[in-house]
Ligand binder design. Structure first.
Ligand code: HEM
Ligand code: HEM
Length: 189
């Protein structure tokens, strides 16, 4: 018996580098959001400034700083190499919507860590695990630091909500529409 060919299996997909960038970003952001909320709850809400809280802050600053450079690399790679053409069965509004969400995510993936880094520069709270200091982006100004970190936190929550929409769209494509979208970015496509 001849096996039925799945037409989406032959459609263009994201390359190995784009997929690696995507999934490392996913893991990092899935760590960073709960980490940010937990440390800020311990520090700001419970006023518990013990070693654990300080270490959580250090881990958040370190992972966020490294993630920023990963995103710079990822975005440069994306701008140079482009992306595969849209999945051919998508409606025009699905293409437009996904482009809008993807580019908004890229923008937030840059803006959120830059605001975090700017906030800790203004505070100043650049120390990481008592071992290194991040380079300062601005002169100390505590009031401004609080405002910048407030925007940082709100935009991070906004990004998490957008990621929720992105995942809902992927689940819709994979389970309801059953097109080739999920396979394009899955690590083993
Ligand atoms: C931190 C969470 C995530 C972020 C920031 C994120 C970001 C992105 C971005 C920016 C793109 C566009 C790629 C490009 O064209 O350059 C993309 C595509 C994609 N993502 Fe995610 N993503 C996240 C989580 C997920 C998860 C959990 C899944 C799967 C359940 C997923 C599945 C996909 C798929 C299938 C595409 C390709 C869409 C297409 O066909 O064009 N993403 N993602
Ligand atoms: C994509 C990367 C990042 C994400 C997703 C993220 C996410 C978050 C979240 C969700 C919070 C909690 C906000 C709240 O309690 O309402 C937070 C707080 C914070 N983040 Fe980030 N962050 C990132 C990068 C950074 C970087 C690079 C730095 C500094 C180098 C940083 C410094 C801080 C600080 C100091 C706070 C605490 C603010 C306070 O105590 O009020 N973040 N972040």
């Amino acid at each position: 018996m001849v096996q039925e060919q799945d037409p989406s299996a032959t459609q263009p997909a994201y390359g190995g580098a784009a997929r690696s960038f995507h999934w490392i970003t996913v893991i990092a952001v899935f760590v960073m959001v709960p980490l940010g909320l937990t440390m800020s709850y311990r520090g700001n809400t419970l006023d518990l400034w013990d070693d654990l809280t300080n270490n959580l802050y250090s881990a958040h600053k370190l992972i966020g700083f490294l993630l920023l450079w990963l995103i710079v690399l990822r975005l440069s790679y994306r701008l140079i190499h482009g992306a595969p053409p849209d999945e051919p069965t998508l409606e025009w509004w699905q293409k437009a919507g996904s482009h809008l969400v993807h580019w908004s995510l890229y923008a937030l993936l840059l803006i959120v860590p830059v605001l975090g880094w700017t906030g800790v520069s203004l505070y100043p709270a650049l120390d990481i695990f008592g071992l290194v200091n991040l380079p300062a982006l601005a002169a100390p100004n505590e009031d401004m630091a609080k405002r910048v970190l407030d925007i940082h936190g709100k935009l991070a929550i906004g990004m998490a909500l957008l990621i929720g929409m992105h995942i809902a769209a992927v689940v819709y494509h994979a389970l309801i529409r059953r097109d080739g979208v999920f396979r394009r970015m899955w690590p083993k496509g």
